[in-house]
Design a protein around this ligand. Structure first.
Ligand SMILES: C[S@@+](CC[C@H](N)C(=O)[O-])C[C@H]1O[C@@H](n2cnc3c(N)ncnc32)[C@H](O)[C@@H]1O
Length: 225
């Protein structure tokens, strides 16, 4: 993994507040098929309690809400106020009213421990510095019930040795441009970090194509909560 720029949370929040609408019209549709595959692997069941961390413009929130059904309460969070507003709008216009959305950072998620059957997080860890990832994965683990499932979807590459043009661009452009043009994201490899965070049944699927990505699924061990 290449070294990430260390943006202040306020800088990320501001950038995603500004680019929320355009993101929902450009990048989000391009990544949609990757989300659909990740959601298939999540194997969501009616009534399950799901938390989506970094809801973005809410496309996945609606799809998750559809899959768990109207009896379940969908929970989401994001650092960006505008993204949360877009998610709320999208959920309401799709006919959902049973949801809770909270603003906050993935480093300290404003939900109680041991609460969720499934935690879903798409295209957020790829903008987080590697040193901060263990803390965030520990937060994800705290929120899951024993036996709960975690699904991570991120920009990635086939293996550690591969060097993508996108990585060169990330390193070449000024950090501010990387944030506004590339969303601050670079390819990441989350399998080892997930294992080291104490998750079980860790499985990685690499998906090539126009937005090379990886899905990492894992289970919170039943005995450790
Ligand atoms: C690339 S977008 C992905 C959005 C959505 N998950 C999707 O796949 O369409 C990154 C999202 O992560 C959010 N984000 C960035 N850093 C965050 C953090 N530390 N905590 C919570 N959300 C964060 C941004 O506000 C933005 O909505």
């Amino acid at each position: 993994m290449i070294k990430a720029h260390e943006y202040q949370p306020q800088t990320i929040k501001q950038a995603y507040n500004r680019r929320g609408w355009i993101y929902s019209k450009t990048v989000a549709p391009m990544e949609w098929e990757y989300h659909l595959e990740a959601l298939e692997q999540a194997n969501l069941q009616p009534g399950e309690k799901v938390l989506e961390v970094a809801v973005g413009p809410g496309l996945t929130a609606v799809e998750i809400a559809r899959r768990v059904g109207k009896e379940a309460v969908f929970s989401g969070m994001d650092i960006s106020t505008s993204m949360l507003a877009l998610t709320e709008q999208r959920l309401r216009s799709s006919g959902f009213s049973q949801f809770v959305l909270k603003e906050g950072s993935a480093t300290q998620i404003p939900y109680s421990s041991n609460t969720f059957d499934v935690l879903y997080n798409g295209y957020m860890l790829d903008l987080i510095p590697e040193e901060e990832m263990p803390g965030i994965l520990a937060e994800f683990k705290r929120l899951l019930k024993p036996g709960g499932r975690m699904i991570l979807l991120n920009m990635s590459k086939a293996d550690q040795e591969t060097v993508l043009f996108r990585e060169r661009l990330y390193q070449f452009l000024p950090p501010k441009l990387v944030l506004y043009l590339m969303g601050g994201c670079r390819p990441v490899l989350m399998e080892d970090l997930t294992l080291r965070a104490g998750f079980h049944q860790v499985r990685r699927t690499y998906l090539g194509g126009k937005a090379p990505s990886e899905i990492v699924t894992a289970m919170n061990p039943a005995s450790e909560n």
